[in-house]
Design a protein around this ligand. Structure first.
Ligand SMILES: Cc1cc2nc3c(=O)[nH]c(=O)nc-3n(C[C@H](O)[C@H](O)[C@H](O)COP(=O)(O)OP(=O)(O)OC[C@H]3O[C@@H](n4cnc5c(N)ncnc54)[C@H](O)[C@@H]3O)c2cc1C
Length: 496
């Protein structure tokens, strides 16, 4: 274990954040890392518990707690505390393909299950992870690992989000020849064109792409499988085809549909337009975005966001940077408690109020939390040109499990831009239909029970397309397990 009295001696110290009023002037990442000495102290707080829930991914009360990748957290915290950065990184790399993604965007299931968090503050596992991977890149511990032998087997991966990248990384290192097909102009899936730059700088994805290319993975971007490239063609040319197309079919809003009412958009389309403009501009400031133009602009607008999850929060952060006049975030569910309820003890996933970066920024800019709970949009009104101008909201409550409107609670809110961030309902039809795939009730691809292979075919599926809308860490975990199964299919056994 690190330092046996570390958790008593040292207090938790997070990476410091650039203050909201400063960071909203640009789209840069805003967590400033601690120096090596302080980071080692933070690692010293790890108690090397007999039962390390942090790496367990155990399901408690219907929710998973602890790391789905089973990261060897106490081991690398110990190495980190001792200043053995490369050893620590080696242990991290054993279970995690892309710590630079999870170290930035993971909600840290490990920290919620950390023993230190039972009576105090958990260890800064997430920030420790980020420190290690960035150290590994900057110190040159990471070198292209090119397989000494090639198996002669060819694998096509469709979709280059975190699950597709994990499949590709694993199977390439195993010696198979991997080609990734991506319909967007850049790889990364929602890491690239969903999660905004301030949470994940896109250079981080391009750095990983370069490394994977040096190691032998071939990326074909702007190729939409099922449209530009036929499914049959892939099935004929490759020994296995792994589908990692995500879960991009958005849940709509009965009151207003994008495309039918002007000024109504799905959140991911909105976020993607900003990222694309920013990348085209070559800069990261609000000025460079504005000079570039060509994106869905929230400047000077009254913005309403439907959906209070991560996506809704990312929309809040983005519209504030655009210069929105006001922002309201509407959520159907009740406001969660600030502290764990007695029925939700450690180490369960804490069902508590999370005030994320976008909420903090809205509080700073507009003076109040933008979230309105137990509310939905009842109707929208437009001007003569069909532009959205106002919405009518109503309070809702769950009666016998059914969402019910509370009459007399209707309210009008000015709205020039309505963003729908109400979640996703499965993979898009055309990708599944191209491969004649059956889908389950959640719109996900049906595979063998507990596995990733589709019946007795050479098709596999992983990530959100297989699991349903989830998290980056789950997408990577699914990709790793799916790669093992595909490898067994190709070779008769697997050492992955
Ligand atoms: C706005 C937003 C913010 C989020 N923030 C977080 C966060 O902070 N932390 C977190 O852990 N998770 C977050 N998530 C969830 C996370 O991004 C996803 O769970 C994860 O990206 C899923 O990975 P995936 O590889 O399964 O799919 P995706 O990332 O969706 O990638 C699928 C890829 O497949 C491509 N594709 C689809 N069909 C085809 C086809 N027919 N041919 C070629 N290519 C195709 C798509 O273009 C896409 O690139 C967020 C999600 C959203 C929408």
């Amino acid at each position: 274990m690190g330092k046996d009295t570390g958790f008593l001696e040292f207090k938790r110290k997070n990476n410091t954040d650039v203050p909201p009023e400063e960071r909203i002037r640009n789209f840069d990442e805003f967590h400033k890392p601690l120096g090596a000495e302080e980071r080692m102290e933070q690692a010293a707080r790890c108690m090397d518990c007999g039962v390390p829930f942090c790496q367990s991914a155990v399901e408690l009360s219907g929710m998973v707690t602890g790391c789905p990748l089973h990261n060897l957290v106490p081991e690398w915290n110990d190495e980190l505390y001792r200043g053995h950065f490369n050893h620590a990184f080696t242990r991290l790399r054993k279970t995690s393909n892309f710590p630079e993604f999870t170290g930035r965007v993971c909600p840290a299931l490990c920290e919620k299950a950390c023993m230190c968090g039972q009576n105090g503050d958990s260890v800064t596992v997430h920030d420790n992870e980020l420190f290690l991977i960035e150290k590994a890149f900057s110190e040159g511990y990471i070198k292209p690992m090119i397989p000494a032998l090639r198996s002669g087997k060819k694998v096509a991966v469709v979709g280059s989000g975190p699950s597709g990248l994990a499949v590709a990384d694993e199977l390439n290192h195993r010696g198979h020849s991997v080609e990734v097909f991506e319909r967007e102009d850049e790889i990364g899936g929602l890491l690239m064109y969903g999660i905004p730059n301030m949470k994940l700088d896109k250079k981080v994805i391009l750095r990983r792409r370069k490394l994977m290319e040096e190691e032998g993975v071939v990326f074909h971007t702007s190729v939409d499988v099922g449209k530009d490239r036929k499914a049959e063609e892939l099935l004929k040319s490759f020994d296995a085809v792994v589908l990692c197309c995500g879960s991009k079919k958005p849940r709509g809003l009965a009151a207003a549909e994008p495309g039918k009412v002007k000024g109504v958009y799905y959140a991911v389309d909105f976020l993607k337009s900003t990222t694309k403009a920013l990348m085209a501009s070559g800069g990261s400031s609000v000025e460079s975005l504005k000079a570039q133009g060509g994106y869905i602009d929230a400047a000077g607008k009254n913005v309403v966001i439907v959906g209070g999850g991560d996506t809704g929060n990312d929309c809040i952060g983005t519209v504030i940077r655009h210069g929105a006049k006001s922002v309201t975030a509407i959520e159907m569910m009740p406001c969660p408690p600030v502290e764990r309820a007695a029925s939700n003890p450690w180490p369960e996933w804490p069902k508590v109020l999370k005030t994320d970066y976008g909420h903090e920024e809205a509080i700073k800019v507009f003076g109040s939390d933008p979230r309105v709970y137990e509310t939905t949009v009842k109707s929208v009104s437009t001007d003569k040109k069909g532009n959205i101008k106002e919405i009518e909201t109503v309070k809702v409550t769950f009666k016998e499990g059914k969402l019910t409107e509370v009459s007399g609670t209707e309210k009008k809110i000015k709205c020039d831009l309505l963003l729908i961030a109400a979640g996703f309902i499965g993979c898009e039809d055309y990708s599944a239909e191209a491969f004649k795939l059956e889908r389950g009730p959640r719109g996900t691809v049906l595979t063998e029970q507990g596995g990733f292979r589709v019946g007795d075919t050479k098709i596999f599926s992983a990530g959100d397309m297989h699991r349903g809308q989830s998290l980056v860490v789950w997408a990577i975990a699914e990709g790793r397990k799916c790669a093992r199964e595909a490898d067994r299919f190709l070779m008769g056994y697997s050492n992955l």
